[in-house]
Design a protein around this ligand. Structure first.
Ligand SMILES: NC(=O)c1ccc[n+]([C@@H]2O[C@H](COP(=O)([O-])OP(=O)(O)OC[C@H]3O[C@@H](n4cnc5c(N)ncnc54)[C@H](O)[C@@H]3O)[C@@H](O)[C@H]2O)c1
Length: 254
């Protein structure tokens, strides 16, 4: 097979959580550009509608589900809709996530639960639903968006729940990679450094302090993550599983 054909995703079906904006939407567009049909899950109705139209404009089939990934019944329903529409599921990208900044000694139980529920439990629930479809298929690729915060501690903001959740996502990824390897299901994580999305652009006063700690002295653009997403989703990475791919401008080298 020609090398460029390994990246082809025509005929594949992908589901992307948090697909209505930011990194999730960028991943969905990249997979669509490579030919995959896409199902987008998010809690933001208007952004979902816009995102579906944007995907269709790329010439693929796109569906959406209003779905809170922390609620197992909603996740189950959304995955069922994707499979009813496309007949299969080849790729899952778990991108839905939040951070809440609060000092450890001041963080409320509710804040802790919100972050862990979404970033860690939500990721697990979606992996689980994907596996229930991919095991009978005996194929699939799951990409969990973790973060460099799974291995470093960001400053000056305090985000203990986020850092712990993302470290959890990395170990969840490795655990499921080992469990599901016999079923030809690959599970990898992608760990971006600071990336320009609404999550980070709403706090411009922090950027200079962050950038001085990044050897490349700038935040990433979402498009700088997409080659890696297509690699992990496609047949270019058939022996890559249980891996955390860090894209952080060398932040974690320091
Ligand atoms: N932006 C960064 O600097 C950065 C760096 C490393 C990792 N990440 C990770 O990348 C992922 C995406 O981040 P982003 O910057 O695109 O964020 P974003 O806030 O721009 O997008 C997140 C999306 O998730 C959706 N969402 C929120 N709660 C949800 C829920 N309960 N169920 C379903 N969808 C829900 C939101 O509506 C939104 O569309 C997150 O997991 C984040 O932790 C981001």
């Amino acid at each position: 097979m020609a090398l460029r054909d390994l990246f082809e995703l025509k005929g594949r079906a992908a589901l992307i959580t948090g697909g209505a904006r930011g990194i999730g939407k960028a991943c969905a567009a990249a997979l669509a550009e490579m030919g995959a049909d896409v199902a987008l899950l998010d809690i933001h109705k208007e952004n979902l509608a816009t995102a579906v139209a944007d995907m269709e404009a790329l010439g693929v089939r796109a569906v959406s589900s209003l779905c809170d990934v922390t609620v197992a019944s909603e996740v189950e329903e959304a995955f069922a809709k994707a499979v009813e529409t496309f007949g299969r599921l080849d790729i899952l990208v778990n991108s839905a996530g939040i951070t809440i900044w609060a000092k450890g000694e001041e963080m409320t139980e509710e804040q802790w639960d919100r972050v862990i529920d979404l970033d860690l439990k939500g990721t697990f629930l979606c992996c689980q639903q994907a596996a229930r479809i991919m095991i009978p298929q005996q194929s699939g690729s799951i990409i969990n968006i973790a973060s460099m915060s799974g291995q470093i501690v960001n400053i000056p903001q305090c985000q203990v729940a986020y850092n712990a959740a993302k470290a959890g996502v990395m170990q969840l990824t490795k655990s499921l990679a080992v469990e599901w390897a016999p079923h030809n299901i690959r599970v990898n994580s992608l760990s971006p450094g600071y990336t320009a999305t609404e999550m980070t652009m709403t706090v411009p006063e922090y950027h200079a302090g962050w950038e001085v700690l990044i050897p490349m002295r700038r935040m990433a653009r979402t498009d700088e993550l997409l080659g890696a997403v297509v690699y992990l989703a496609s047949d270019a990475s058939t022996y890559t599983t249980g891996h955390d791919l860090v894209i952080d401008g060398a932040y974690t080298c320091l």
